[in-house]
Design a protein around this ligand. Sequence first.
Ligand SMILES: Cc1ncc(COP(=O)(O)O)c(C=O)c1O
Length: 390
Amino acid sequence: MKFAKRLDTVPPYLFVEISRKIAAKKAQGIKVISFGIGDPDIPTPGPVIEQLRATALDSINHRYPETDGLPEFRVAVSDWYKKRFNVVLDSDKEILPLIGAKEGIGHASFCFINPGDIALVPDPGYPVYSVGTWFAGGECHWMPLKEKNAWLPDLDSIPSDVLKKSKVMWLNYPNNPTGAVVDVGYFKEVVEFAKQHSIAILHDACYTEVAYDGYKPISFLEIPGAIDVGIEFHSLSKSYNMTGWRVGVAAGNRDMIDALMVVKSNLDSGIPNAVQYMGIEALKSTDEEIRTRNDIYQSRRDKVIEALEKIGLDVDPPKASLYVWAKIPEGYTSAEFAELILEEADVVVTAGNGYGPSGEGYIRLSLTISEEDLNEGIKRLQELNIPNKN
Ligand SMILES: Cc1ncc(COP(=O)(O)O)c(C=O)c1O
């Protein structure tokens, strides 16, 4: 059988490889502790599940949903944007529900990228930005995220010949995998830059509701002029512990939302209505409920950082996101170090280079792990003997 060349353009999805390794260990009777994927272990809130139960029984919800979602869900999203970011959006024209943010992010490239076009992609970054670009026949220009630049792309270093062919710039704050956050000043520069070079901004804001120490992440759409140049992706996955239900949204520039709707309406038939009713309920969560959940992650963050520092790793505590991004000891590659931890401690961490070449020298640990496994994982890490390679 002959498959399309585009399948050869992408590396195997990072977590598929990791799952295989865990399965192999399990088959040997070993309990592996995983700090791998960012998939909340905390259940979906009870009232949200209650909505599923109630709306699943109504046969009107057994039929095809609309691609552009239930009007009530879009209104709930626009109300949330107003309450959370003081951003006013037209729920009919500036909001599009997604089958999880990953779906919208993957499809977005089909709206902008012709073969040979360039997408500006953060490195390290969530792999779907580059994969979507390649599937659409485009090329990626990596924008390295460096600690010395506070993990923000250096806009001035993008060569002018690259800019001429660039159609979109992907950004993601709070950031996966580095845990970095962004301020209004940087986003203002991005808006100017986008206007100057006619580049669409695609901001992935999936982690705005997971934050620590009282910090409140911002939306790109808060910036004056942002809606002229970009859209933002949100996910209910991490915000409300709903990864299994598959619901997210794109919000912002109406022409861009229209374009995404053209792609989506030809390829999918929307989110099950019952799941959208769950989304409406989730968006009613109070600040207090979100804070209580984030306190759990914050205490895990602190425990993980303490353990990593004890074994000699250098960590900057993240203000947001579900991840701890740690610099590994000199002399190891990320893959070697992750392999050492897996082989010697039966603990999974993600090698930083899996998120792009600039992730080399780092590992990522996800905080979506039960207290029991977290404590066991930390114990194993602290007992680990890390040979000095220098
Ligand atoms: C940066 C980023 N964007 C998007 C997603 C996907 O979110 P969803 O579950 O809504 O598809 C993830 C999931 O890990 C992510 O880390």
